[in-house]
Design a protein around this ligand. Sequence first.
Ligand SMILES: Cc1ncc(C[n+]2csc(CCOP(=O)(O)OP(=O)(O)O)c2C)c(N)n1
Length: 575
Amino acid sequence: MLLAAPSLPRTLIFPAHCPSHLIISHCFLLSSTSPLSNSNTPAISILPTSARAKLSSLLQPFVLCEDWIIASALGRRRRELIPGDMAALWLARASSQLARRSARSLARHGEPSPPWFLASVPQLPPVLGSPAALAAAVERSPSGRGFCSVRGFAGESGAAAAAAVEEPENGFAAGGDQAIDFPGGKVSFVAEMNFLPDSQKERINCYRVLDDDGRTISGSKFQEVSKEVALKMYSEMVTLQIMDTIFYEAQRQGRISFYLTSNGEEAINIASAAALSIDDIVLPQYREPGVLLWRGFTLQEFANQCFGNKLDYGKGRQMPIHYGSNRLNYFTVSSPIATQLPHAVGAAYSLKMDKKDACAITYFGDGGTNENVQGDFHAALNFAAVMETPVIFFCRNNGWAISTPTTEQFRSDGVVVRGQAYGIRGIRVDGNDALAVYSAVHAAREMAITEGRPILVEALTYRVGHHSTSDDSTKYRPIDEIEHWRTARDPISRYRKWVQGNDWWSDAEESELRSRVRKELLQAIQVAERMPKPPVAELFTDVYDQIPSNLREQERLLRDTIMKHPAHYPTDVPV
Ligand SMILES: Cc1ncc(C[n+]2csc(CCOP(=O)(O)OP(=O)(O)O)c2C)c(N)n1
């Protein structure tokens, strides 16, 4: 530790790895003990001896030098600011202010300005040795990084110092190339105190390919789809719609306990799935069964899950609609909203580590982005950005989180803008335009994999159905609004117009498809309904390798209770 003599202490050097709190407390000491505005003495020299003694004990890594040493090290004119960390910047700014005020004060008295420098070097020699050794150490600092120099009045005349007084209050030369090489790139300094606006004047626009009548908008750029893929997309959208109608009715008839439709979001489901590869890992919320349908989950498999029979992969332990498939790389539906997002980042990271040509995609609603108990959306986006994972965050912004409209969920311009805050590229897309969704996800996948980065897609859509069979949405939103989206903005009829406009589809094919799918579904439901349920013993397996004694005891108690009160238990569950 070396404190310069009171007459010359105008330069401060500190190692870049110096703990921030030390730098800041030092700055605080400087500013709180220096009545610079009415003093013609630079900051350090007027520190009382006791304060300097305190500094020496507190700030071991700090070295205060005579100005000529550092002046030579900095070439006297160096003005860019390249601190090792944020604290260095803070110190630099504060000290620069002090130095400038000091210069102003001296100029007022017609005295020449003293030199005043501030610098940080990544590593200092344990013993400084001669001034030349110090200068050499500073020069050796790698590519200027971790090296900070702020304002040099050295050798400047009183007039120059006075000129400096006219400079803006930010403490840096106006019009100069003042910038900080901060992680992520250079940040320019400006004289104005500009707060970022809370939002852009104009909302982020929305990419679409098809107009409301299913015609491609002139000049629209999109990923071509073959006739075969286009027709498969259409058929699956129709199948999903019929599946929703029939399962919904089955729930109303009391044959299954619960259901939740994807009405109005068929394009999101099917078109996004079509743009992916089967190797891509899907981590769904609950309104994306179409992705599974696209991948080949059969209607029978859907029915088995909803009826919780012995062929259900979840062994009847989950509520209906909690589908999952190892074979199809589709994680089991996650009802605690947004919990699947961090999982998706982990899955994507493993794909990256294994150098797989695949990404992860996770779906969630607008409500999922505002789920604040765990804040999974935010943690996942930040993690994904920092770890550079190939993951697509697909938000279905359907206007509602059960009965809470998006207007009561957030003040930002929807979801897509949030990606930027985390350093994630994003796009807003018309979720009711199958070609736009397909193109956006196709491009997102390409970027995610080839560039190893996360992408955020916000699809604007509308939840046409009730939230689930436990909800009546007419209690909190106008029926006209629902009807408008169900008819005028229906993604299926819009896409059908495009397909038919290409002469790829006919009315006869349409009715054949609809009656075939309906028949297959009714058949699947009958089979699923008759299929026995998983045995009671299955309730206790698959968590522990060896079932622990307390679970064995619970199993025995359950059996006894069923035997005692058989009327209260379903007869089709083998005990
Ligand atoms: C962690 C958690 N909090 C609350 C709930 C209750 N909940 C179930 S669905 C839902 C709304 C989700 O809305 P959104 O994410 O927009 O999806 P949408 O249902 O509109 O498709 C809420 C709050 C939950 N399931 N999990």
